[in-house]
Ligand binder design. Structure first.
Ligand SMILES: Cc1cc2nc3c(=O)[nH]c(=O)nc-3n(C[C@H](O)[C@H](O)[C@H](O)COP(=O)(O)OP(=O)(O)OC[C@H]3O[C@@H](n4cnc5c(N)ncnc54)[C@H](O)[C@@H]3O)c2cc1C
Ligand code: SF4
Length: 322
């Protein structure tokens, strides 16, 4: 691990002024410090935002929906009766991630921006495409936890559980930089390897996530998040799914279905959504939608097992939401 300077930001403006170059923001520090210990991130200065006041609020407004400060922890999301009652998929995504100790420290901002878990990326010994090399070692190598969609250039899966739920819930990010604030739909924030293999999102070097917002949900909207791990443990999922259903009677009026751990970005599966919209939600339509969700998958040599897992999770999540 390289030696580095530690600085304390007191306000958002203070943090933004200190960012850029080899200065990097630290929230809970779980992912960042791991990368520094692994020797794949070597910032000269950390800007600690953990003590910036006012960035850990959870509140709801009938007009604007749910507001989350970026320092809200996964444990807070899991424990919040408001989030659990109204935005169940998000509470479950946070509550099923990692361990209680990690959830107490991990922030939602850091969770969305954590870097991929690909073991070639995490090892100093492999200079792969994502680190500026010329090869993706996973394509012909140990790819059992890698992507089954969008995996032709770099086969990472996006590691964030909260991203899976938040994309399904239509969340937006507020980003604050030297020029002021901008807002972006979370779905559009993530960047595919085809666009830029070196990054996973479009945050600017001197930008801070200052809020995560979920628009108001219509009456009766139900959301579900399901995670399948390799075993009952604290690890990242081999597959996770978030489903949000709006219904009128038994008929689905709008569906949002997102696969996590399937592609380099949280993957909205529109064919599955279309298979439900305008129809009654039942075992039969859930089965058709689940089959549409995995159509077109391009599994690698060792991860074909993920396809039926995703199909099953999507069907179960639709039925649970209904
Ligand atoms: C054993 C283990 C199991 C895990 N299992 C899961 C799992 O199942 N699902 C899951 O989703 N995660 C899992 N995680 C990952 C963990 O949840 C993340 O590492 C954590 O959420 C990161 O949050 P943090 O606040 O510590 O981020 P940090 O490490 O502080 O930051 C991460 C990155 O985001 C940047 N950053 C942080 N906050 C901001 C901000 N507000 N604005 C701009 N940039 C910012 C930092 O510069 C850094 O690059 C697991 C981790 C471990 C160790
Ligand atoms: S999947 Fe991406 S991060 Fe992993 S080895 Fe291939 S290029 Fe590198």
């Amino acid at each position: 691990m390289n030696s580095f300077e530690w600085t304390e930001a007191k306000t958002v403006e203070d943090a933004v002024a200190r960012m850029g170059g080899s200065s990097v923001v630290k929230a809970g520090g779980l992912d960042l410090l791991d990368r520094m210990k692994e020797g794949i991130s070597t910032p000269a200065r950390l800007v600690n935002i953990r003590n910036v006041a006012g960035l850990d609020a959870i509140r709801e407004d009938a007009k604007t929906g749910l507001h989350l400060g970026p320092l809200v922890t996964l444990a807070q999301l899991d424990a919040s009766s408001l989030v659990r009652r109204r935005y169940t998929a998000l509470a479950d995504a946070a509550g099923h991630a990692a361990t209680p100790q990690i959830r107490n420290v991990a922030t939602v901002g850091g969770n969305l921006l954590q870097r991929p878990r690909c073991w070639y990326f995490r090892s100093e010994d492999f200079h792969c495409l994502k680190k500026g090399g010329d090869t993706c070692f996973a394509l012909e190598g140990e790819n059992q936890y890698h992507a089954i969609f969008g995996n032709r250039v770099c086969a990472i899966v996006h590691p964030s559980a909260t991203a899976t739920a938040l994309v399904a819930l239509g969340a937006r990010l507020e980003l604050t930089g030297p020029g002021g604030k901008r807002e972006v739909a979370l779905e559009d924030f993530f960047v595919t390897p085809e666009k830029d293999v070196r990054r996973e999102n479009s945050i600017g070097e001197k930008e801070l996530i200052t809020a995560v917002r979920v628009p108001p949900l219509s009456q009766g909207t139900r959301s579900v998040y399901l995670k399948q791990g390799e075993k009952e443990s604290f690890d990242w999922p081999v597959a996770d799914v978030a489903v949000v259903l709006e219904r009128s009677g038994v008929r689905c009026t709008r569906a949002s279905i997102v696969l996590g751990a399937a592609a380099p970005v949280p993957l909205r599966v529109r064919a599955a959504e279309e298979a439900l919209e305008g129809r009654a939600v039942n075992e039969e339509t859930a089965r058709v939608a689940a089959s549409a969700a995995v159509r077109g998958a391009t599994p690698l040599s060792r991860n074909g097992y993920k396809v039926p897992i995703f199909e099953t999770l999507v069907r179960r999540a639709i039925m649970a939401a209904a």
